[in-house]
Design a protein around this ligand. Structure first.
Ligand code: GCU
Length: 431
């Protein structure tokens, strides 16, 4: 008992110490203090020889880079599993008779937990629709005030309408500013969303709950075991497995989208799973679209200290040693090539390093150019605020804070109109 108590006190003290330590971190927001760095070249094999053709990219280089991210950054996810599902609820007359709604529970194993609830809104009329698939932070019920949305049953961190880490109806619609559902539907897209905590609760529990608990083999976790971001991304791929059998959605035209940590997740999901037709990263920052070597705003040390469960254990070796990383985040975007990919920053979101996000797009562009046989994203300088650039790689920096706003969605809808609507799927044609 005594030893147990002492241990507990130790663990708590360590947590407090770690928290205080992390708080003392002073981010660099001065461009002139960004250290000089050399990015690894996505178009050179590990042995230094150049990648000369699209064929060589597909045959060898892409696989090499994917392995590097699995080994050193996000960790290795389990193979896909056959999913089971249960339709919980559907209505052909949702949102005041303007939409179709469907809620489906997807199970990863033969057991009832863990399971994730998909909330699908689609326009009325002739399906299947191209769709945005996005994880959400605060529960499906928070995206819209529709009283028919089922409440999540999973653990949720404190916030509007959350009591003792359980969701109450008070949170309905509390995140609706981030989800312009009616606009999305009016433009001819379905929206599919899932509370990310259904896949893996976002706290450091030693990987016991969520899909980690269900799939991790017993014993010590290897350094490249999957972290939470990989788990959420894996869940997105299982959602796509389901959508392949969902008549409302055209699974070949799904854009995977995410904000912040869920933007990191969307990118890793699209990098690994080539069925995603498009990827959209909103303010994803460190470990997402931003170049790690710039150490501007959040750094690897900081992210691995504040969120020790997000990446694989091996990633921590690169804390304050960014130059030793065999990859940087432009190579994550390159893994999505030649599929359309859009990265968005916000002017006041310096923590996420807007310029580092832009530079990652720019340095991923040579891979797109090689695969598409034309110069892609011929943009030398970061565009001014509120002036999006849309090639098959897209980028904008808008005014304002770290958030997913109507302005962001308006650009994503324009981008999707170009690349996800019938007769205009250049990425598909180019392959
Ligand atoms: C923190 C974290 C970021 C992350 C963000 C979020 O700010 O440092 O890396 O993107 O949370 O997900 O909201």
């Amino acid at each position: 008992m005594r030893a147990g108590k002492l241990f507990l006190v130790g663990v708590v003290a360590l947590g407090v110490f770690r928290g205080a330590w992390a708080q003392r971190f002073v981010p660099n927001y001065d461009e002139s203090k960004v250290p000089p760095y050399t990015l690894p070249d996505p178009l050179r094999f590990a042995d230094g020889t150049p990648v000369r053709s699209a064929q060589q990219w597909w045959d060898r280089r892409r696989g090499e880079i994917l392995e590097l991210f699995r080994t050193h950054v996000y960790g290795r996810s389990p193979e896909p599993v056959p999913i089971r599902f249960q339709v919980l609820e559907q209505s052909p007359q949702a949102l005041g008779g303007t939409a179709v709604r469907k809620q489906v529970r997807v199970f990863f194993t033969k057991r009832s937990q863990p399971a994730m609830d998909l909330l699908i809104y689609a326009p009325q009329g002739k399906s299947p629709w191209p769709a945005f698939l996005a994880l959400n932070f605060r529960g499906n019920h928070a995206i819209c005030s529709d009283p028919a949305i089922l409440l999540p049953r999973s653990w949720m961190r404190s916030g509007p309408g959350v009591k003792d880490h359980r969701v109450t109806p008070a949170g309905r619609g509390s995140a609706s500013s981030r989800w312009p559902v009616r606009l999305i539907l009016s433009r001819g897209y379905a929206l599919v969303t899932i509370y990310y905590g259904d896949i893996d609760p976002d706290y450091d529990d030693g990987f016991r709950n969520g899909v980690h608990g269900a799939f991790d083999p017993p014993g010590k976790r290897p350094g490249d075991a999957w972290g939470a971001i990989a788990a959420w991304a894996w869940g997105l791929s299982r959602a796509l497995d389901y959508l392949e059998q969902e008549p409302l959605v055209d699974a070949r035209r799904v854009a995977v989208l995410g904000h912040s940590r869920l933007g990191k997740t969307a990118l890793w999901a699209a990098a690994q799973d080539q069925r995603f037709a498009m990827a959209i990263s909103n303010n994803s920052g460190c470990g997402g679209a931003a170049l790690s070597r710039r150490r501007f705003g959040e750094t690897l040390w900081r992210i691995n200290t504040s969120f020790p469960h997000w990446f694989c254990e091996n990633f921590k070796r690169f804390n304050n040693r960014e130059d030793q990383l065999p990859v940087d985040q432009h190579m994550l975007l390159a893994l999505i090539a030649p599929r359309p990919c859009y990265v968005a920053s916000a002017q006041e979101d310096l923590w996420a390093d807007p310029r580092g996000e832009f530079l990652a797009v720019k340095h991923a562009a040579p891979v797109y150019s090689l695969l598409l046989g034309r110069r892609v994203f011929a943009v030398e300088k970061q565009p001014p605020v509120n002036q999006p650039v849309m090639d098959v790689l897209g980028y904008h920096i808008r005014t304002g804070k770290h958030d997913l706003t109507l302005y962001d969605w308006q650009q994503y809808l324009r981008f999707a109109d170009r690349y996800l609507k019938p007769k205009s799927t250049p990425a598909a044609q180019d392959r």
